[in-house]
Design a binder for this molecule. Structure first.
Ligand code: ADP
Ligand code: ADP
Length: 226
């Protein structure tokens, strides 16, 4: 099954910036996929479009066979997104951030609470569950974003620079968590500008530059070329 299929995707922002110049991308179910590229390449725009946060200019996108133009709400339920900015309510206890998010998906409170507990434990900060979100460290906030993205158990987890600004120890534990989530069957796409992160985690990779895919191959083959 194809988790993500993108065909000839273009984005021109209001100011005239051509952020995506006709990209094609396919990600298979179960893959751990990296979108690598320098700042301004078009990574955030791509995942913004996939997650329906940014309007595309033209092209086709489908998520597990659901077309974003005609079946947007179905397509959206497949996705858990971890954006770069911390956009949870800073004045809620950690656990409530997760339970409220589950509420948007109609998940009952009891189930939501169990999931919250499970993800907080797996991400190593269950002890912070009653703290205000704003009191968390940067690395903990980043992990809260990941837990929140998973609370409706999406098939496809998309992370935008998940370890930017996170210290090395936390970074490694996040990598372990993501590997396990992938082994349990979640398809993962992440953007990064660290090749070592892509190398350590991902099976397949696309390199994007100036709004174009300049390489799309397996991690193994790419490393063989370098
Ligand atoms: P969309 O087409 O997705 O609705 P817009 O083109 O309307 O996006 O832009 C959204 C907002 O982002 C605008 O208010 C714009 O001024 C602002 N913006 C402009 N340039 C940039 C930039 N380089 N990075 C981030 N935001 C920008
Ligand atoms: P990346 O995530 O790879 O750093 P982006 O997708 O954020 O790249 O940006 C691609 C290009 O689009 C850049 O030139 C950026 O300045 C521009 N851009 C991003 N968001 C906006 C926006 N909202 N309005 C106008 N231009 C934007």
């Amino acid at each position: 099954t194809q988790a993500l299929s993108i065909h000839n995707l273009r984005k021109v922002y209001g100011g005239g910036v051509e952020a995506l110049r006709g990209i094609d991308l396919d990600v298979q179910q179960g893959d751990f996929f990296a979108l690598l590229g320098p700042n301004g390449a078009g990574k955030s725009t791509t995942i913004g479009i996939i997650s329906s946060l940014v309007n595309k200019t033209s092209g086709q996108v489908s998520i597990f066979g659901k077309d974003l133009d005609t079946q947007k709400s179905e397509a959206k339920t497949f996705i858990g997104l971890v954006p770069q900015e911390f956009n949870f309510n800073q004045f809620e206890p950690v656990e409530e951030v997760l339970i409220n998010q589950a509420g948007y998906y109609g998940i009952e409170r009891r189930v939501a609470r169990q999931r919250a507990e499970r993800y907080l434990r797996e991400l190593d900060f269950l002890d912070k569950r009653r703290q205000m979100a704003r009191q968390l460290s940067g690395g903990q906030k980043r992990r809260l974003m990941i837990a929140r993205a998973l609370v409706h158990e999406p098939q496809l987890l998309i992370l935008d620079e998940p370890t930017a600004g996170v210290d090395i120890e936390i970074r490694r534990s996040m990598w372990t968590f993501l590997r396990e989530a992938n082994e349990r069957g979640t398809t993962i796409i992440l953007t990064t500008h660290y090749l070592d992160e892509a190398e350590s985690l991902c099976r397949n990779i696309a390199i994007i530059d100036h709004g174009q895919i300049i390489e799309n191959t397996s991690m193994k083959r790419l490393l063989g070329k370098l």
